[in-house]
Design a protein around this ligand. Structure first.
Ligand SMILES: [Mg+2]
Length: 315
């Protein structure tokens, strides 16, 4: 049993499920509907099945299965291209979207790219999208691959559907960050290491600026409701990453506080909640996530099974 791998995937799923009912609401609308503190748990959710996750977790699990299959195929000595294996998993996700019960507000960029019949890569870009659909799904690459290599795998997974550097570089950053904190690197040091790798990539400026802003704001002690809007709303990759980093750095010791700060925003609450939940879930392990939330998240057993398989393939 690996508590960090479980913490990563359960953290992503619970964060996503907490943000799901408020993704398209402003902070004022969230407060009108759920009270001054906004979403605090699954109890108050109206109109949605409590604990149900969205496309973010569906695609995170698809990435995880892709990483597992890639590792297993490589081990058997067969030819294995990471992108192609992960692409197949994303195509299965795309097929799933045809049934209404599985359609959980999927992103148009992902649907468009996967419906095109072409696989995007960094060299052959599928579009010019900066959307956060790349970063929100790549945390598992940081469990399957080690620091130093996870960045590239995160980038490749995101570039399948997102062609702008601000769409795929945050995904590399997240995968590398997960790989670092999995190994026990302090969060600030892991952010520094990821920033060093980021700086070597063409088109990194926009992402680096937001990462630096998140660091700066997290040290100032301003309330998150005034700090987060200075970063953005998280609909694009570099903003979603930076909002999650801000929440992780500010509320580092408290998984729930960090995730609630990430979901109670005007913006892409399920994606920022999911990324925040994955990072601190990896860092602290499964036990940092309140048990009542873990017990009530959709497909808990399946998520744990995938998390254990994912850990087994880490070198
Ligand atoms: Mg979503």
């Amino acid at each position: 049993m690996n508590t960090k791998s479980r913490g990563c995937l359960l953290g992503a799923a619970v964060g996503d499920a907490l943000g799901a009912p408020v993704e398209f609401l402003t902070l004022d609308q969230i407060r009108d509907k759920y009270g001054e503190k906004g979403i605090e748990n699954f109890d108050a959710m109206k109109g949605l099945k409590p604990g149900a996750y969205t496309d973010d977790t569906q695609m995170t699990l698809a990435t995880a299965v892709g990483c597992i299959r890639h590792r297993q195929t490589c081990k058997d000595g067969k030819k294995c291209d990471f992108k192609t294996v992960v692409y197949q998993e994303y195509l299965e996700w795309y097929e799933m979207q045809k049934s209404p019960e599985n359609r959980r507000s999927p992103g148009n960029t992902c649907l468009g790219a996967l419906g095109s019949g072409k696989m995007g890569t960094v060299d052959k870009r599928i579009n010019d999208s900066k959307g956060c659909g790349g970063v929100m799904r790549t945390a598992p690459a940081g469990i399957a691959y080690l620091p130093g290599e996870a960045f590239q795998y995160g980038v490749e997974a995101a570039a399948i559907t997102h062609g702008h550097p601000s769409g795929f570089l945050p995904a590399g950053f997240l995968a590398e960050l997960i790989a670092g904190v999995f190994d026990g690197v302090e969060l600030e040091d892991a952010v520094d290491q990821c920033s060093d790798l980021l700086k070597k990539q063409p088109g990194h400026e926009e992402t680096l600026d937001k990462v630096n802003l998140a660091r700066e704001l997290s040290g100032k002690g301003n309330p998150s409701e005034t700090a987060i809007p200075l970063i953005g709303e998280g609909w694009v990759g570099h903003e979603a990453l930076a909002i999650a980093l801000y929440c992780c750095l500010t509320f580092q010791a408290d998984w729930l506080k960090a995730v609630l700060a990430a979901v109670n925003i005007t913006g892409d609450s399920d994606s920022t909640g999911s990324v925040t939940g994955a990072v601190l879930g990896t860092m602290h392990g499964e036990r940092a996530i309140p048990g009542k939330l873990v017990d009530n998240v959709e497909n808990k057993g399946l998520i744990i099974k995938i998390a254990e398989d994912l850990f087994k393939v880490r070198k």
